[in-house]
Ligand binder design. Structure first.
Ligand code: DGT
Ligand code: CA
Ligand code: CA
Ligand code: ZN
Length: 585
């Protein structure tokens, strides 16, 4: 049994546990073990006689080592067999559909023997779901629409997913001697929210034409390859277990810039750039920018050289979508795009008082370690019962705790970080807010968000949000579109009308940095700026680790051409920030 098979079986067991509504930590441990196994360059089947060596692998503990020994010697393991008596691994895909929980999936299996999406679609179309409890026509219609959305989306991967895989593959390629640089190109480098396939470019002495074949063999033998699709002179294509395709190109240093430019795209940007080259008597391809008449190379080593030779300022990858960037680069009017270090605070995060995992103090210390000068703690309000949302009494008590931590940290760290009391208050179905005005009046940061009744018709939803931001205590509109990337579609709202009113009222609109959320896309962000909206970028972190998600938010802001001046939480201090937010009544 090879490593990729062991990894698949462990991952499948995690899926089965998920359908069984198992312990999330146990599920995570199987997933982590699967990832660790497929990273190994030694075949584990040769190590099972010496289980100690298995324990040396990070992510594999005693129990998991025993599982692996069992898998290698018997082809399966007891937990897996036990779960397979009840479920099928394909059922996991069903959990990705709207309205599907583990119980529903189990019921579909026991009542209709449905275990995959195709069978579910057939059953739904034949009206078989109507016979089951709590599954009416409305559920069936929503489900069929969900299946359609899922099929459309399932060939793409979220940016954080793609980034993680790119990092893991790069770490493995890097182990080969003579590799200097590995750069993810394509849509990942441009920072799109989703990625179709990974394009990895590699350079270094090992990639020079006379020696590259050894490096190609190394890449083609990477342990995490599921299917090898193609192996050429300097290119290897393969898929991973999750079907993500990866194209690795090994390139000589002298033409790395030309390759990087070409494979970063976008296609439309490249077409426009090539036209500009031709007008100047030049030709541009993945090898070089060269003269049309005698093929003399004009630039090839770096991207900067190529853009300069075309009389253009350097164009950051996030802007390469052929939406005005060439003209701006020619006129020296490209914006000074915002960067991670411009962000001074984070105004939306949760703690263990509701559905977050860490305490107020832990969140604050993690923010301090990340170099932030202020944060707001904004836990959920009571309408979100499944998060243990705060009612007025608990919210007021929570503020006292936040103020206490703020005072402690101020004396411990000489005012380096401020912790502001806040709330993420639910916008109820009629546009009223979930907590009393007197409670909201005690908060520095009131984020108002739609978290329920997502299906309201567009006029009703628009009026609902407009009513909410009329409340004078609301300073930030959270989740302005409520969408989930590759998941839930945006709520139906007249977004421009909302942005206009928010701008008039001085209510800031939030770009949610979580890659699953990315609430305002690049177009909406540009629209928000056009209407003069105040914009904030927040992580909505539910753990200290999630504070790092801010970088994905920055990427989207850059794609929208935004500068530090466009974003409120670039203000250097909490005081400066508060004077720039909507004044309190
Ligand atoms: P994706 O993978 O769908 O998320 O999007 P990309 O942009 O990564 O597209 P991909 O992987 O098909 O190609 C990577 C880059 O290579 C693309 O952004 C531009 C360049 N490229 C690919 N095919 C062509 C082509 O036919 N003409 C030109 N000019 N460039 C191309
Ligand atoms: Ca790609
Ligand atoms: Ca590609
Ligand atoms: Zn939140």
């Amino acid at each position: 049994m090879d490593n990729i098979t062991i990894a698949r079986l462990l991952d499948e067991t995690a899926s089965l546990l998920e359908i069984d509504a198992g312990d999330p930590f146990r599920i995570r441990s199987y997933r982590r073990a699967a990832e660790a196994v497929e990273q190994q360059t030694t075949q584990l089947s040769t190590l099972v006689a010496e289980p100690k060596q298995l324990l040396a692998i990070a992510g594999i503990g005693k129990g998991m080592a025993a599982n692996i020994v069992e898998l290698v010697s018997t082809g399966t393991m007891p937990l897996r067999e036990e779960l397979l008596q009840k479920y099928k691994p394909t059922m996991l895909e069903l959990l990705r559909l709207p309205g599907m929980g583990p119980k529903t999936v189990a019921l579909l299996w026991s009542a209709l023997s449905v275990s995959d999406i195709d069978a579910l679609e057939t059953a739904a179309k034949e009206g078989k779901l109507l016979e089951l409890p709590r599954m009416g026509q409305k559920f069936t219609d929503k489900l069929l629409k969900g299946i359609e959305d899922y099929r459309r989306n399932s060939s793409r991967f979220r940016i954080d997913d793609a980034r993680e895989h790119a990092d893991r593959i790069s770490a493995l390629i890097q182990t080969f001697p003579g590799i200097d640089e590995i750069t993810p190109a394509g849509s990942l480098r441009r920072g799109r929210e989703t990625v179709g396939d990974l394009d990895l470019l590699v350079t270094g002495p090992a990639c020079e034409p006379n020696v590259v074949s050894a490096a190609v063999e190394h890449v083609a033998a990477l342990p995490l390859i599921d299917k090898l699709l193609a192996k050429g002179q300097n290119k290897v294509s393969f898929t991973l277990r999750n079907n993500l395709q990866v194209d690795v190109r090994l390139l000589p240093r002298a033409s790395y810039g030309a390759a990087l430019q070409y494979f970063t795209g976008s296609k439309m940007h490249n077409v426009a750039l090539r036209q500009r080259a031709i007008k100047r008597g030049l030709t541009l391809n993945e090898y070089a920018l060269a003269r049309l008449d005698d093929n003399t190379i004009v630039a090839a080593r770096t991207e900067e050289d190529i853009y300069r030779a075309l009389d253009l300022d350097y164009i950051p990858p996030e802007l390469r979508e052929n939406s005005g960037e060439l003209e701006a680069a020619a006129n020296h009017t490209l914006p000074q795009l915002i960067t991670l270090t411009d962000i001074r605070g984070d105004l939306h995060m949760h703690t263990d008082a509701t559905d977050g995992r860490n305490t107020i103090r832990e969140m604050a210390e993690a923010a301090l370690a990340r170099g932030l000068s202020y944060i707001a703690i904004t836990d959920h309000s009571k309408n979100l019962a499944m998060t243990n949302g705060l009612d007025d009494t608990r919210a007021l008590a929570h503020i006292q705790r936040i103020r206490a931590v703020d005072a402690e940290l101020q004396s411990e760290h000489k005012g380096k970080i401020r912790v502001l009391p806040g709330i993420e208050v639910d916008i109820l179905a009629d546009g009223s807010l979930d907590l009393a005005d007197e409670t909201l009046a005690q908060m520095d940061i009131v984020v108002a968000s739609v978290h329920s009744h997502f299906a309201q018709p567009i006029e009703e939803m628009t009026q609902r949000v407009l009513r909410a931001i009329e409340n004078p205590y609301v300073r930030i509109l959270g989740h302005p579109t409520g969408r989930k990337v590759l998941g839930r579609e945006a709520i139906a709202v007249h977004i421009e009308q909302i942005l206009k009113r928010a701008s008039e009222l001085g209510v800031a609109v939030e770009h949610n940095a979580a890659p699953a959320r990315s609430d305002l896309n690049d177009l909406n962000l540009r629209l928000a700026k056009q209407h003069g909206c105040k914009i904030v970028v927040n992580t909505d972190a539910h753990t200290t680790a999630e504070l790092a998600q801010i970088s994905y938010g920055i990427t989207q802001l850059r794609r929208a051409w935004l500068t530090p001046a466009d974003i409120l939480n670039t203000c250097p201090t909490a005081k400066a920030l508060l004077t720039n937010l909507r004044p309190r009544p």
